[in-house]
Design a protein around this ligand. Structure first.
Ligand SMILES: *Cc1c(COP(=O)(O)O)cnc(C)c1O
Length: 424
């Protein structure tokens, strides 16, 4: 069989309503941006606290470029380990009340690298069905068997742990789920991990700087900082920069330094992005009112949508105060049409489609920022409501979320032939 041309593959995506393209932002990120040449309210950025454009954050990056250097020049295990890296790791460790932290090139790399380092063939990783793609890919890379438990379903997870015939390496979950805005059942995950001698890893990418009283994330908010083995977080969302990290014990950090391939085989973070993130962390610690403002803005948009007759899918664990507000539409083409209509009225909420979300749950996913004006959010709610109604089949917004069909997916990884084992 011949390989289909790239254009054919793209056409296939187009026919399925799944074609994606990048829209162009000119100038800076902020609560309003210039998008494809027009001024719009930005409702789909993860720059939750407005720190990406904060003068102090930008200055810290600029000064590092001017006074230090532009690149770390090598992997941190060769000659790229710099004091800016270790200083930021110290700050991140104490922010998460952990012994240690370890920087990675991005959240994608932190998750794939850490999971692949901590789980091995012959073991099982247990992963929530709605975990971020970087977790899914980490599971695939690990070569361990992965059991996907139903979203937030601790009974399903417990059932699988009990029935497994091989050791549990890891239970892994988003803390605050990126596309649904609900929170993992952390106390249960801790209990099950303990009972089955598994490590627990929580991805706080969307919760750092946004969730809990001082933006310390879902784990700290639940008082479980001592119970989680590995916390991953990104510097690219509320921390306004780029890169990522895991916060963990000194012992596990040491293991990751020796085993996590994206750390070993990739250049250390540029000093400037570490310096910018460090400045952002300082602002979060110093000005907790930003976190409070974010929460209030989330409530403002949610209640304005509710007043328009739109309730998000808001799964059982949805927290009324999070910055992530999904409106499930179902069909991908309708979701894209709703996005386009809202954009005509100056509101940009990206349509999210498979494979980012499960089949049948395409949606507009809105994310508020602390820097939004409440008045703009209220106006956005009426624009979004009109757009969603216009694309709904019968003019009414109502959606049944389809039940997942069949057995949960389990990745089985065939043993690697010895002659083709990857070089380390
Ligand atoms: C965004 C995100 C990531 C990836 O982080 P990057 O630094 O952008 O690569 C990982 N996990 C979750 C839950 C995320 O939302």
């Amino acid at each position: 069989m011949t390989r289909p041309a790239a254009a054919e593959q793209v056409d296939e995506l187009r026919r399925a309503g799944l074609y994606r393209r990048m829209r162009l932002i000119e100038g800076a990120q902020g609560p309003r941006v210039s998008l494809d040449g027009r001024d719009v309210l930005l409702l789909c950025s993860n720059n939750s606290l407005g720190l990406a454009e904060h003068p102090e954050v930008r200055l810290a990056g600029a000064e590092a470029y001017r006074d230090i250097c532009a690149s770390a020049g090598a992997s941190r295990l060769v000659s790229g380990n710099m004091d800016v890296h270790e200083r930021l790791e110290g700050r991140l460790a104490s922010f998460h009340r952990q012994e240690a932290a370890l920087l990675f090139g991005s959240g994608y790399l932190a998750n794939t690298g850490t999971i692949a380092a901590l789980a091995r063939r012959g073991e099982v990783v247990y992963s929530d069905a709605l975990n971020h793609a970087s977790i899914v890919d980490g599971c695939r890379l690990a070569g361990a068997e992965t059991f996907i438990y139903r979203h937030r379903d601790v009974e399903h997870l417990g059932w699988a742990l009990k029935r497994a015939d091989r050791p549990a390496a890891l239970i892994v979950s988003d803390g605050l789920f990126s596309m649904d805005g609900d929170v993992a059942p952390l106390a249960w995950l801790v209990e099950l991990a303990r009972r089955h001698d598994a490590r627990l890893m929580i991805d706080e990418a969307h919760a750092v700087g946004t969730f809990g009283p001082s933006g310390q994330g879902t784990i700290a908010a639940a008082g479980l900082s001592d119970e989680v083995d590995v916390t991953s977080g990104t510097l690219g969302k509320s921390l306004g920069s780029y890169g990522a990290y895991v916060a963990t014990s000194a012992e596990l950090r040491d293991l990751l330094v020796n085993r996590a391939r994206p750390l070993i085989f990739s250049t250390g973070l540029p000093p400037a992005v570490a310096a910018a993130a460090e400045a952002a962390l300082g602002i979060i610690e110093r000005e907790p009112h930003r976190v409070e403002q974010l929460r209030e803005n989330g409530e403002t948009l949610r209640s304005a949508l509710a007043a328009e007759g739109l309730e998000g899918i808001a799964g059982e664990g949805a927290d009324p105060g999070t910055q992530i507000i999904p409106l499930v539409i179902g069909d991908p083409e309708r979701a894209v049409a709703a996005c386009a209509r809202a954009l005509e009225q100056g509101v940009y909420a990206q349509a999210i489609r498979p494979p980012t979300v499960p089949e049948g749950t395409s949606r507009l996913r809105m994310t508020v920022m602390a820097s939004h004006e409440p008045e703009d959010l209220r106006r956005a709610a009426s624009v979004i409501a009109a757009a969603v109604r216009a694309v709904a089949a019968d003019g009414e917004y109502s959606i049944e979320i389809p039940e997942p069909e069949g057995e949960p997916e389990v990745y089985r990884v065939a043993p690697e032939p010895a002659s083709r084992a990857p070089r380390s």
